[in-house]
Design a protein around this ligand. Sequence first.
Ligand code: URA
Length: 212
Amino acid sequence: MTFAPVTIIDHPLVQHKLTLMRQGETSTTKFRQLLKEIGMLLAYEVTRDLPLKNQTIQTPLATMEAPMLASDKKLVIVPILRAGQGLLDGMLELIPSARVGHIGLYRDPSTHIAVEYYFKLPHDVEHRDVLVVDPMLATGNSAVAAVDRIKEYTPHSIKFICLLAAPEGIAHFQEQHPDVAIFTAAVDDKLDEHGYILPGLGDAGDRLYGTK
Ligand code: URA
């Protein structure tokens, strides 16, 4: 089977900010700020292939043909609640016209299975490109469940964007969604027995919202 690519976004700014986020002593305020900044940088990288179309415009001095985004249908960003919200904020700074869907999933603590509690997408998602965002691709269960649900609405395309991935999560996701490209800032070593990424950065939601 062929898989859509896994792209590691190894930009020095992303890597530097990710290292700061990994450090246990990084405060909630700083963690939130860094996740937002990385969200912006990831948005920049994952939108590299957006098609452009020349438009005739008038500068103060002359008329010219200048490139603008070709699609009249705005992107849809779908954060997986709750930690995905932290990446969304930065992505929206860079793509303010994007539409936003939401999927609420919690991880059953014993089975690690994703249970849905909220789901809302723009009504015309079938014409749009969707970016599903969650900082952590750990077991892959939430990512798989989110993309399963979104595919029911047959969007034009789907990409999955995270901050950190575990090899187990990538393998599980690719098995279920071989057509969906993954973008991540790093691939860590493995999962621990609780489904946390090692070395990782801990619980992204707790660190983002100060709930630990
Ligand atoms: N979710 C997190 O927040 N952290 C992990 O390491 C794994 C899943």
